[in-house]
Design a protein around this ligand. Structure first.
Ligand SMILES: [Ca+2]
Length: 398
């Protein structure tokens, strides 16, 4: 189980800000249809047979599915915004009303997830070296080497299929969950319902993810209550949110089910597919060192943002030299550590793609460094020898 101090540090996994390319049909607001359908169809007659695709494309073509509530409006269900949510999910997206209402009636408000997702009251000063040290530890380096041995064939197949290096796939799974050791034990329904309706700062995002969870369960004919994940509803070895599972997860072991929690092979294929579909360029570099001249116009370059847009000419005009190719574009990355010199890098397209997984330069650089560490000799522990392994595993102090 993940400890709270660890969780506080983890920037939210995976595409909490989903890429615009995700083909999710998620409406912002749906006009509330008056509940005038008084047909007496028994709720049990609602057919689950309609395929999700059909339901999503023509949800209004099944007027026989009567939106009659059989579940007492208690708890979340008693709230107007939850009723709006239910109406959208059932009337527009075609998920059976009984299923949605029963699940939401059972959903447990979970204050712990709000505590965990809140920014810390006393935020740490950002420190690249401290961040990096958390992810380039023995557990993740030697654990990654073992993961690569154990899943060599799946990783090679994924690399061939999607063009993403096995080290990068492994590093993401290592950073996210230490190769499946910390996938989270919150019921996704509880976590997402709580965040969707009891945490206004992220309500819009998490209502979409809760909606995606219901659609996911409906499409797969699974119980929406059965999914477990992190406090943010991220699921499995790669910590995919429900919308990302629907958009990018793949049944890479071919058993007919996508299981990111129980099948490392499904997780491997899904991470590779996620990166590939977000624009990974096979064989290209991720980031290269940037050399700053005496008079470098840093602010202007840093303001260029996450998307690589800077070419060699613009960089050299601003006082930055590098091995960037004539046709390559980059973004300037500053990795700040208080009391130490800032590291400057140029992030290329593949660096940007890793930030699609988690929108953080620290995250993307840690993934790159961890991937490179797998091919290094066994990690040399910088701590005094006397310290025990368990002492080293203790959460770092703030
Ligand atoms: Ca599978």
């Amino acid at each position: 189980m993940i400890t709270r101090p660890q969780l506080r540090y983890l920037t939210l996994s995976l595409a909490l800000l989903p890429a615009a390319s995700m083909a999710q049909n998620i409406p912002q607001t749906i006009p509330m249809a008056p509940a005038t359908d008084a047909s007496a169809a028994a709720p049990t007659a609602i057919s689950p047979a309609a395929s999700s695709a059909a339901a999503a494309s023509a949800p209004l073509s099944t007027p026989a599915a009567a939106p009659i509530s059989t579940t007492p409006a208690t708890g979340y269900l008693a709230r107007r915004e939850v009723q709006d949510f239910v109406a959208n999910l059932t009337q527009r997206l075609g998920v059976p009303r009984a299923t949605v209402e029963q699940a939401l009636a059972e959903a447990q408000p979970t204050p712990q997830v709000i505590e965990l997702i809140k920014p810390p009251a006393n935020p740490l000063v950002r420190s690249w070296q401290r961040y990096r040290a958390r992810f380039l530890d023995n557990a993740r380096i030697s654990g990654g080497q073992a993961f690569m041995r154990e899943h060599a064939e799946a990783l090679a197949t994924a690399e061939t299929a999607y063009g993403v290096p096995k080290e990068i796939i492994t590093a993401i799974i290592g950073v996210e969950t230490v190769y499946g050791r910390n996938t989270g034990n919150f019921r996704a329904l509880d976590a997402l319902t709580t965040l969707a309706f009891d945490y206004p700062p992220r309500a819009e995002l998490f209502r979409k993810e809760l909606e995606a969870l219901f659609l996911l369960a409906h499409e797969r004919k699974e119980d929406v209550r059965s999914y477990k994940g992190s406090y943010a509803g991220a699921i499995g070895l790669p910590q995919f949110l429900p919308s990302s599972i629907r958009a990018f997860a793949t049944d890479f072991d071919g058993d007919g089910h996508i299981d990111l929690r129980g099948s490392p092979r499904d997780a491997i294929g899904s991470v590779a597919r996620y990166l590939a579909e977000n624009g990974w360029k096979q064989g290209e570099r991720i980031a290269i060192p940037a050399k700053l001249g005496e008079r470098t116009d840093l602010d202007k370059l840093l303001a260029a943002g996450f998307i690589p847009s800077l070419g060699t000419e613009q960089l050299s005009q601003s006082g930055v030299s590098s091995s960037l190719g004539a046709n390559e574009k980059a973004t300037l990355i500053d990795l700040v550590t208080p009391g130490e010199a800032t590291e400057y890098w140029l992030g290329l397209q593949n660096f940007y793609v890793i930030t699609r997984y988690n929108k953080s330069s620290f995250y993307a650089m840690a993934v790159k460094d961890l991937a490179e560490a797998f091919s290094q000799p066994a990690v040399v522990n910088k701590q005094p020898r006397r310290k025990t392994a368990s002492a080293l595993r203790k959460p770092r102090r703030r």
